[in-house]
Design a protein around this ligand. Structure first.
Ligand code: ZN
Length: 277
């Protein structure tokens, strides 16, 4: 590693949900002050805001707008539910365009009791339905495979291979993958799948955090990089070998860290990024 890499936070991006107690304005100010390069905004942070102004503020502060989180949740038991999901994803694409975010991250969805195959079909159909609007605004759609522990109600796309299958089916330059170490670190085919994803020009995002042992809560007990068992450096090397040169996005849902002073947490995020990512 070069000396610059030891202090370089220009490719560090933080998700607004990581510092959940902060408003988007506070997050922008604090991240910029800390020398962080990018920000990914979660849609809840935009409620009641002038979205264009938030994007402007981020850019004026020197932050790159990396992505908008999140769209998806396409499967539903009824046609009305699926139509509603498509409308919400169209809204997410418009919000991304207003914000100046080049990409919407998709947590694709699943319906408990519905066959995963059917949910995958509904996901592909849903993405296809919103693609014309994505084209109009030139917004990328990044499918984020989720760990299989979430296959009941959060996503029927649980591996890079499964995400690649949907991308192959849709075969569109605006449809790709956001690879999150939390969800894919266990996959024996990870290196090969990351290589294929890069080769096809669809590795759009890279999210980092860590897997705690034991995990107290499967949603809100993620670790900061280095606190858990994931070989984050190893996976980063795989994505970079596959041609990825984008941001390393820190996405940590943690009741434990949210209870801390967030200025202290941000300092720890930078340390963990430089030491373990
Ligand atoms: Zn993620």
């Amino acid at each position: 590693m070069s000396a610059a890499a030891l202090t370089d936070t220009s490719k560090l991006c933080v998700h607004t949900i990581t510092t959940k107690p902060w408003s988007v304005e506070e997050a922008i100010d604090k991240y910029a002050e800390a020398g962080i390069g990018g920000i990914t905004v979660w849609r809840q942070w935009l409620e009641g805001r002038d979205i264009g102004a938030v994007g402007e503020k981020a850019r004026a502060s020197g932050l790159e707008m990396v992505s908008l989180c999140r769209g998806g949740f396409f499967p539903a038991a009824t046609q009305a539910g699926r139509d509603e999901a498509i409308e919400d994803n169209r809204l997410a694409i418009r919000e991304a365009a207003e914000l100046g975010a080049p990409m919407v991250v998709l947590v694709c969805g699943a319906v408990p009791g519905q066959a995963l195959e059917e949910s995958r079909k509904q996901i592909a159909d849903g993405i296809a339905a919103v693609l014309p609007l994505a084209e109009e605004h030139d917004v990328r759609l990044a499918i984020e495979p989720l760990h299989p522990v979430y296959a009941d109600d959060r996503s029927a796309i649980n591996t890079m291979a499964s995400a690649n299958a949907v991308c192959d089916q849709l075969d569109h330059p605006l449809v790709g993958i956001a690879a999150d170490v939390y969800h894919i670190w266990w996959d024996p085919d990870l290196e090969e799948q990351i290589r294929i994803t890069g080769e096809k020009g669809r590795l759009f995002g890279f999210h980092v955090c860590d897997w705690m042992t034991p995990t107290a809560d499967l949603l809100n007990d993620r670790g900061l990089m280095g606190e858990g068992c994931i070989d984050i450096r190893g996976i980063r090397a795989m994505v970079e070998a596959a041609g990825f040169s984008g941001f390393n996005e820190v996405e940590v849902f943690s009741d434990r860290w949210w209870a801390e002073d967030q200025d202290h947490f941000l300092t720890e995020i930078k340390k963990a990024y430089l030491a373990h990512t």
